[in-house]
Ligand binder design. Structure first.
Ligand code: CP3
Length: 344
């Protein structure tokens, strides 16, 4: 099958399909026993990310089990800071930790953009393996974190609930913040271009914390970096569809689509599907936004919400997905319930 004939590619091309293609954020993850086993074999989450055979294996697991229409490369958005020279480790049960960047001296310790591929080459190898092993009809999605979201982890050294350390740096040392953003922006473009060259058919830019940007800064730090990355990708590989995920941007998602020209906009659980269908869908394919909590609670509420979400987007280009990643507590059987509700 040619890439352009795959269901996800057709939706991204603007086609309205009778049954929407479907995949899930974090579909390769801890809710699956086979993921937990492979992660144990690898030793740790990061060792799994950098082991091309095993990273490809966990990417394929949810495809085998559920027959999703897309596979997302197994990696993490924080590999880019690590490739730029930040220390990165994961604390079990808590999340990521990084060495912080808050001054010119910290910035000077980071490496050049050209050097990232030394660290990231195993990720390109994973993409190559997937390209040859995925079923013919499955679309392969590459990804990276958007600069603001990646910067929030580099500045705070961990996840925070309101991104106060990063907003503070904007107010206290704008030149350092801007230089960090520029470095991440260029690294991200280079990283995504390499993923495409290795075989990714689509790329997705995760701006998980775009909702924490003060309104007046959304254009400068969510939209403008996305434009720079997209321009570099389009110059190198015109025609590769791009999915933007300006999470919790609310109605600013419309300006995001207008300014960046993304083929698709992923929406989080807070977005009203009726609003997104009316305002966003005429401009781009929409992807989302079932509440991941429903995959824990299951039952009739899951069936009803799945059908209502799909119905809201039935008159335009659409890819079914969750509003955020599936959680470790989700019941794998509920994913089957969701798929039956969607596909009949
Ligand atoms: O979606 C997929 O299946 C592809 C792989 C993927 C992972 N992380 C694997 C992962 C993708 C696309 C990501 C993106 C990512 N990583 C984001 C953006 C999307 C979002 O969730 O908002 C962010 C913010 C990160 C950073 C990150 N990675 C955090 C905060 C954590 C810890 C929280 C958690 O869920 O444990 C991770 C770890 C992580 N990344 C796991 C997985 C499967 C869990 C690690 C494990 O196995 O212990």
């Amino acid at each position: 099958m040619q890439s352009k004939d795959k269901l996800v590619m057709r939706a991204l091309g603007g086609e309205t399909l009778p049954t929407p293609p479907v995949w899930m954020m974090r579909q390769a993850g801890r809710y699956l026993p086979e993921y937990r086993a492979t992660r144990a074999e690898a030793g740790s989450f990061l060792e799994l990310c950098y082991n091309p055979e095993l990273a490809a294996e966990v990417t394929l697991q949810p495809i085998r089990r559920y027959g999703f229409d897309a596979a997302i490369l197994f990696a993490d958005i924080l590999l880019v800071p690590q490739a730029l020279g930040a220390d990165l480790w994961f604390v079990e049960g808590e999340g990521p930790r990084l060495s912080t960047v808050t001054s010119q001296a910290d910035l000077d310790k980071l490496g050049p953009v050209d050097a990232i591929h030394d660290t990231l080459s195993p990720i390109y190898e994973t993409v190559k393996i997937l390209k040859s092993e995925l079923p013919a009809e499955t679309t392969l999605i590459g990804f990276a974190g958007a600069p603001w979201t990646v910067a929030t982890y580099m500045i705070a050294g961990r996840g925070t609930k309101d991104q106060a350390p990063s907003r503070s740096l904007i107010y206290q040392n704008r030149p350092v913040f801007d230089a960090l953003m520029d470095r991440i922006t260029d690294a991200t473009a280079a990283y995504l271009i390499k993923q495409i060259e290795a075989g990714a058919e689509v790329v997705k830019l995760f701006d998980s914390w775009s909702g924490a940007l003060p309104g007046a800064l959304f254009d400068q730090y969510a939209i403008q970096p996305a434009i720079k990355i997209i321009n570099q990708i389009r110059a190198a590989h015109p025609g590769v569809p791009i999915i933007g995920f300006p999470r919790q941007a609310g109605e600013k998602a419309e300006a995001f689509i207008d300014a960046t020209g993304v083929e698709a906009c992923a929406i989080d659980t807070s977005v009203d599907p009726a609003w997104a269908a009316r305002v966003l869908q005429p401009k781009a394919c929409v992807q989302g936004n079932l509440d991941p909590l429903l995959l824990i609670t299951g039952g009739d509420a899951l069936i009803k919400a799945t059908q209502e979400t799909a119905a809201a987007f039935a008159n335009g280009p659409y890819i079914f997905n969750l509003g955020h990643g599936i959680t470790p507590e989700a019941d794998p059987a509920n994913v089957d319930v969701m798929l039956r509700a969607l596909r009949g």
